[in-house]
Design a protein around this ligand. Structure first.
Ligand code: PEP
Ligand code: MG
Length: 323
């Protein structure tokens, strides 16, 4: 099986009827980049920048961040790298930031909420990303968006940073694309409004499932309730992809669902433009290459008629190419 998958490495992520999608890799620690390259991804669909901030005693400086972003961007050799701005809080702690104890950390002060309140911290990161952007192709993505105003404010701050860099004569890519994570149900429901503000969406199913089903993603006791094949989640995903296409922007997915070969046909059929996974890249590619888009659309339509996640999974396992 390994040999069979290895043969797929240099083939395109394309359906039998010629529909091409992007198949990218998720990156945690920047040092993991070399092993990711073995699967020859179309780019980095999610660079979790918080890893640069973890396991250390203080904030990484602009220079340290710049060096890390630039190295990854350079190694990708012109392929796109989506850098997500700091997604801290919830389960991820930074002792030196003195985050307050919260009753409901996952509903609390985290991710973009912190960045918009701590503008210096945010600007430092944006400056580092922009400076690194001249070394290849960088895209910027904001996490945990629930309100349109958050995107507008984040873009405003990004504009300020660009102007400051320009005034100092510092080089950056002026056309860096800006996108947002779609991982909160409210953002799915207002996807049409959000699409007017950005160049792309990336669906984060890990949090989207947690918030849609009100099931803590870390709590073992209720893991049986945590399932991205739940019909409510599927409907939200469809809503997001459809809204993005109405506004001529693209939608990727960087949550774990994107790396599940059982979900591939369904996601293709729903019109997903980009898959970004931590593992199983070649297995997902195998699924993509063994179906037509027309067939995937039929499968997606039918998958959306079921009442339970179990029925969806049963149906998809009949429809998928020997997983
Ligand atoms: C997600 O929520 O699906 C996601 C990709 O982000 P993280 O797992 O880092 O919260
Ligand atoms: Mg998330």
């Amino acid at each position: 099986l390994k040999k069979e998958l290895a043969k797929l490495r240099d083939l395109k992520a394309e359906t039998t009827d010629g529909h091409r999608v992007k198949l990218k890799a998720n990156l945690g620690r920047p040092t993991d980049i070399d092993s990711l390259l073995e699967n020859s991804p179309d780019g980095i669909g999610l660079f979790r920048s918080e890893f640069l901030f973890m396991d250390r005693a203080d904030l990484p400086s602009e220079e340290e961040q710049f060096a890390a972003y630039a190295e990854v961007i350079q190694k990708m050799n012109g392929k796109p790298v989506i850098i997500r701005t700091l997604d801290i809080g919830g389960d991820k702690h930074l002792p030196y930031l003195n985050l307050p104890e919260e009753m409901n950390p996952f509903l609390g002060w985290r991710a973009i909420r912190i960045s918009l309140d701590q503008v210096d911290l945010f600007k430092t990161q944006l400056r580092a990303i922009l400076r690194a952007s001249v070394h290849g192709k960088a895209l910027i993505m904001f996490p945990m968006i629930s309100h349109v105003e958050q995107v507008q404010r984040a873009k405003e701050i990004l504009e300020e940073v660009k102007q400051e860099l320009q005034a100092k004569g510092v080089a950056f890519d002026p056309s860096v694309e800006v996108g947002i994570m779609i991982e909160i149900p409210s953002s799915c429901l207002i996807a049409d409004e959000l699409a007017k503000e950005v160049d792309f969406f990336s669906i984060g199913t890990n949090d989207l499932v947690q918030y849609t089903l009100a099931v803590d993603r870390m709590n073992e006791q209720i893991q049986h309730l945590y399932n991205y094949f739940h019909p409510a989640v599927l409907r939200l995903i469809k809503m997001v992809i459809d809204a993005s296409h109405r506004h001529q922007i693209w939608t990727g997915m960087c949550g774990e669902m994107a790396g599940d070969p059982l979900a591939t046909k369904l996601l293709l059929g729903l019109g997903l433009d980009e898959f970004s996974a931590s593992a199983n890249l070649l297995q997902v590619k195998k699924q993509i290459r063994s179906t037509s888009l027309a067939d995937a659309k039929k499968v997606a339509d039918h998958a959306l008629t079921f009442a339970t996640a179990e029925e969806v999974q049963q149906y998809l396992s009949q429809q998928s190419h020997n997983i």
